[in-house]
Design a protein around this ligand. Sequence first.
Ligand SMILES: C[S@@+](CC[C@H](N)C(=O)[O-])C[C@H]1O[C@@H](n2cnc3c(N)ncnc32)[C@H](O)[C@@H]1O
Length: 270
Amino acid sequence: MAGKRVRLRNIESAGPRELTSARRHHEACAPARPRPSRNFNHQPYRDPGFVTSCLVAANDAEGSAPPDQTTTNRATYDRIARRYAENQRINVSRNESLFAELEETFLTALPERALVADVGCGPGFDAGRFADRGFQAVGVDLSGGMLAVASKELPGRLMQADMRALPITSGQLDGIWCIASLLHVPDVDTLSVLREFKRVLRRAGTLALVTALGESEGFESVPYVANEQRWFVYRNQENLKGQLLSAGFIVRLDGQVQGNRLWSTLLAEA
Ligand SMILES: C[S@@+](CC[C@H](N)C(=O)[O-])C[C@H]1O[C@@H](n2cnc3c(N)ncnc32)[C@H](O)[C@@H]1O
C-alpha cells in the first residue's frame, strides 16, 4: 500500500461480549436518539424475510419527491446485485482482494468477538469472512437486492438502511468496515455520514474506509452491465481526512491502492 503509514496505537480492547443473537439484533436495530429530520423517516419494510430492520429515505416513500441519486443507486443495485456478486466472487476466488492488508490491520485492531458493521456490504462476502473468524458481523446496505444475495453469507444479520441515518444504537459498534460504498453518497453528505459513523462507534472504535480518489461526482455507467447507472463520487483524500477530524476521528493510517481505479484507504479511531 502506498502513502504515509501510521501504526495503530492506543486502540482499547473492550474484551469479549456475550450478546445473544436476539439481543444483538435488538441493540443493533433500536434507534438510540431522534433521527435527523432532513430526508429520513422510519418506514416498515415489506421484507421478504432476510432483513432485520429498515430505514429508508423519505423520498423513496409513496407520493414523495422525485428520485434522486440515492434512489437511483438503490434501484440499480437491486437490478445488478447478482452480476455484481458474480464478479466479486470471481475476484475473491482468485484471491484478488485489493484491501487484504487494510482488512488484516482493521481486524487486528478489534477486540475478540467485536461487533462489526459492514456498511454498504453489497453481497456480504467481507462480513461473511469476519463472521467466519469469530467476529459478530452485521451487514448494512441500501439495496434489498444486494441484501438478498448477502443473506447467504450472513443469514439474519442484515439491515436495510441508508448510511446517512443508521438504525443502530449510539456507541454500539467496535468497528465499521465501509468499502467502496461511501463513493455512492453525494459529497454534500460526507460529513453527516462520518458523524453518523462516529455516533454508532464506541469510544476508540475503528473505522476502515475505502473510497475512490479524485475530485468529481456524477452518474456513471456500470462497466459490467449495459444501460445501468450509479451516482459516483471521487473524493480528495486530504479533504476526507479533514472531514474525519471534523467528525471527531483520529486518522491512524492512510494509503492508496491502484485497482481498476485509484482507491483511498483510511483507518481511523473514533
Ligand atoms: C460497489 S458496492 C460495494 C459492496 C461491498 N462493500 C464490496 O466491497 O464489494 C456499493 C454498495 O453500497 C451500497 N450503497 C450505496 N449507497 C448506500 C447508502 N447510502 N447506504 C448504504 N449502502 C449504500 C450499494 O447498495 C452497494 O451494495
